[in-house]
Design a protein. Sequence first.
Length: 632
Amino acid sequence: MDGIVLGNRYELLEKIGEGGMSEVFKARCNKLNRFVAVKILKKEFCNNPDIVEKFKGEATAIATLSDNNIVNILDVGTQDDINYIVMEYVKGKTLKDIIKQVGKMNYETAISVAIQIAKALDCAHRNKIIHRDVKPQNILVTEDGVMKVTDFGIAKSPTTETITNTSTIMGSAHYLSPEQAKGTFIDCRTDLYSLGVVLYEMVTGTLPFQADTAVTIALKHLQEDVVPPKNLNSKIPESLNQLILKSMEKEPIKRYQTAKEMISDLQRIKDDPNVQIDKEDNDHTIIMSAVTQQIPKNDEKINRPYEDDDDDDDYYYEDEDEKEGGINKKRIMKVGIGVALALLLVVIGVAAFKIFSSGTSSNKEVQVPNIVGMKEDDAKKELDKLNLVLVEGGTDISDQPEGTILQMKPDSGTMVKEKSEIRVIVSKGGKKTLMPDLVGYDVDKGNTILSAFGLKIGDKTEDFSDDVPKGQIISQKPTKDTEVTSGDKVSVVVSKGPEVKLTKVPSVKGLTADDAKSKLEGANLKVVPSTKETQNQSENGIVLDQSIDPNSRVEQGTSVTITVGNYVQKQAPPAVNAPGTTQNGTTPGTTNSGPGSSTPGSGTSNTQTPSGNDKTNNQNNTSPGKNTSPNR
């Protein structure tokens, strides 16, 4: 239904809840530009005119209620086949969510919650509206801790018939009153029974009756006695234990008769946990009519608040031998005498109890010392000195160390009798959470992450790591996903980067290149080879020098350059000539041209004749250096 606009103003945004008969959507009121909650009756009920009429009619009645602890009804309407109610939008959780989250609540918190719920019910009851489905799921808790009772979807107003009295039982089985389970009349005391169940669940963390089926649970409400909540949580005061048991009595007449009565006792317990709460107020002064009034016949009923026109199993009937229209005076007399004797016995019993109590208890009063801030053991010793009894009334999350006294009742300075109970709330440390993962983050980022969980870095050590860069967290204690408490300190190990390891440089001069390389690499050093020519054949392939002196200590992985000899054969020196001759053995200044050559500058040209006449040629030869020029 997202995107639908109802009544030309309520734009549905998202579904935020669902019940047995309706769905709830978050919506925007385009007229007032605010968020609202829109409850829409499920389509399978839209064809039932009785349910549709009840849906609209009771919403209209609830809209008249004005109480800070009731979710306000803003509008009611129908569009096409959609029947809807517009309500105040409450941002927060349900009480059920909180109970699941924290388990047992400390009794003071539970009392404060119950008082707010009871005030909402009191407002509804004064307007003749019975909720009939009081349960934690129908109680919203705002971000400011205010309780908002909602979902009066099966509420009963004075102008409607009670669906409970048909063959269908409406309500949630775990919180159902016995009269709802039986299908008989209901009134304001029905809601107070359900509130008692809610209070039971808050202080024990569990429900009073559980079974596999709703029918079995309903039968337990009818037939079984509830286990006293104090048996499951010894930290709650006896006064609160009695209040819960009284509100969950099977017979409505034995319960609180109005929400105001219940609020009054809750407030008394909040102020003084040692207050006495009577399960039945039979010792109260009462004004009653003479017992001689006529007992109703089978078709007559006793007038009760908000009573339906249905049969009541608790009605009184006349004796079988009573004549029609007559009065069984004998029975009336017996009833009157019985009631009088019962009242007398109760009054005597109460008086005797008070006398016995005053005679056996100490009348000495002492001043309650201030034990807030002390450790529980120290506080107990302090109270023992004054003959006072320390009773732990619960625990609470706190930045104080675990076991520290946070609150006390009565307050310090109050005068109380010896052996009085001093109830305290003890710190259980910070809020529990799961440890986040810090590995791979630097310390500043790690502190930022921890601050969101109320944690911080405590001990910090450093270690080398080949895998984690310098400055980042290698490990943490507690480890990831371990349950921790806010305020705890976390130990971390921070990387210093790869460890710097030193090694001794070996001497490799005179070794072959291969042996030198093997020796240097064995010392975790890198080898950089270079060559140098040598005419000494014995130095060929031998290390002549190294870049780092032997026995020096350097970081592993350092490069060492080795100089390796490379033999080159020595060249022969050039030939030396005799004086006055050339390298070829000729006299300087002449040119030898072989046979037929001539002396330069002679002016003659000797050529070899074709005939090869050696004799002629030899005759024409001149002596070296002899000038036969014709100019002579």
